[in-house]
Design a protein around this ligand. Structure first.
Ligand code: UT7
Length: 324
């Protein structure tokens, strides 16, 4: 018998304001046709003035708790994966903890940019497997539109705001791939690629927040190769084939990256959850937003095998295999 981290609920939240490609094309030299062809993105959500990352996170967490059927008092640990915290410190997770009305347990942020949710699931799973906690809220929440250079057409068209959350709860399994829960996590980083994707500011360097800088073409190449490797590692560690996967829920950065990875893995396109067209790239929030959507509309069912993967700034990347 082994301890497993079983999905008890999922939820998400998107800010009300939708920004279309056509609206963006009135601000920078771009077009709906270019953005759709190169990325698959048609629109993105943008947080309202005064609407903070913690606000999005709390809404998503509340929705996930409602699905799980229990209150915040049952949660032992809150993880918020974000690169757009409310403040330099304290952790946004502690703000979320307070707003959920949790007066015990622990809360901290995970910083792995677009791979943050994958890192968060791995961290939650390890805490649960170690017996240190029983119930974890893993949240990906971002107000990425606040760190964009709105005059740089090569980046400002790509990102959006949003939040998604999973409740993971300790369960008991047989130690086989038939168990419900997180079956494996594979995490990687390579700091030599810093300059490919970073924000040009911070408390210790410039004293200012800074804006996102990306060498898009280079990131693209690494993304397809490294995410395919991370997913292959997940399958081989569990002695499974691509055909065994019921749902592939990749990080939603670019439709062409998703299609490239899907092809490389030999996965059926019908099994891929896509939200990038409506959400754009919401960094750490993209996977839990997609999971909540596909679980909410009945596509992902209890007992199915769900493969998630992401790559982002660092570079940092990885995958989790979850039996829902
Ligand atoms: O989640 C974190 C990971 N991030 C990613 O995964 C993003 C990875 N990269 C990408 O998704 C793509 O590389 C982009 C969407 C960023 C760019 O697509 P691309 O096909 O790699 O285009 P490119 O950078 O090679 O640019 C092609 C052309 C350039 O013009 P020239 O030099 O060929 O004349 C750009 O200036 O497209 C131009 N361009 C644009 N044109 C219209 C760049 N951005 C735009 C734009 N509208 N918004």
């Amino acid at each position: 018998m082994v301890r497993r981290s079983v999905v008890a609920g999922s939820g998400s939240y998107l800010p009300a304001r939708v920004l279309t490609n056509d609206e963006l094309a009135r601000q920078v030299d771009t077009s709906d046709a270019w953005i759709v062809e190169r990325t698959g993105i048609r629109q993105r959500h943008v947080a309202a003035d005064g609407e903070l990352t913690s606000d999005l996170a709390v809404r998503a967490a509340q929705a996930a708790l409602d699905k799980a059927g229990f209150g915040a008092d049952a949660v032992d640990m809150v993880l918020v994966a974000t690169s757009t915290p409310n403040e330099t410190f304290p952790a946004t997770a502690t703000i979320v903890q307070a707003q959920l009305g949790m007066h015990r347990g622990l809360a901290f942020d995970i910083q792995a940019v677009c791979a943050g949710f994958v890192y968060g699931v791995a961290t939650a799973d390890n805490f649960i497997k170690a017996g240190q906690v029983d119930t974890v809220l893993v949240i990906g929440a971002e107000t990425f539109t606040r760190i964009l250079d709105w005059t740089d057409r090569s980046t400002c068209v790509l990102f959006g705001d949003g939040a998604g959350a999973l409740v993971l709860q300790a369960g008991v399994g047989e130690g086989t791939v038939a168990d419900r829960g997180v079956l494996s996590s594979h995490l990687y980083s390579d700091g030599r690629h810093h300059d490919m994707l970073y924000v040009d500011g911070g408390p210790s360097s410039t004293g200012k927040v800074g804006v996102l800088k990306m060498a898009g073409r280079d990131v693209f190449k690494h993304a397809v190769i490294k995410m395919a490797e991370a997913t292959e590692a997940a399958l081989s560690a569990n002695e499974l084939q691509a055909a065994d996967v019921d749902w592939f829920v990749p990080h939603q950065a670019n439709r062409r990256i998703i299609d490239g990875t899907t092809k490389k893995l030999g996965l059926d396109r019908e099994k891929v959850v896509i939200t990038v067209d409506r959400h754009a790239n919401t960094s750490a929030a993209s996977i839990p937003l997609a999971l909540a959507e596909a679980a909410g509309d009945g596509r992902i069912e209890r007992g199915q095998l769900v493969l998630i993967e992401a790559l982002g700034g660092g570079l940092a990347w990885g995958s989790n295999l979850i039996r829902w």
